[in-house]
Design a protein around this ligand. Sequence first.
Ligand code: ZN
Length: 110
Amino acid sequence: MTTLDTSSTGPRPGRLTAHDARQRLEHARSSRLAQLRALGETGQSSPDPLMSAQAEAIGRVLKEIDEAFGRIDDGSYGDCLGCVKPVPAERLEILPYTRYCVTCQRRAAV
Ligand SMILES: [Zn+2]
């Protein structure tokens, strides 16, 4: 039996839909790629250590964004790796690729 109940696929409160998450990740990725391009276009003759550190940090975020896409596919996106509770939607709106809620992130950073 196949029922296509569209009302049950609407946005759930406190949780990003896969569609929303993908859009936010796409946006985060394109803005990081633009930052990388801008870093490469400064035309400096000598490598700036601050700039290469920045490029490295952006590269790390891009990797996390890719992993977040994978988590949307396997259904684990939005769950905190630390406490297995859903990461609040307002945090995912700011950091769509995060794997931790604020509490666990703070704990992991120590
Ligand atoms: Zn947590």
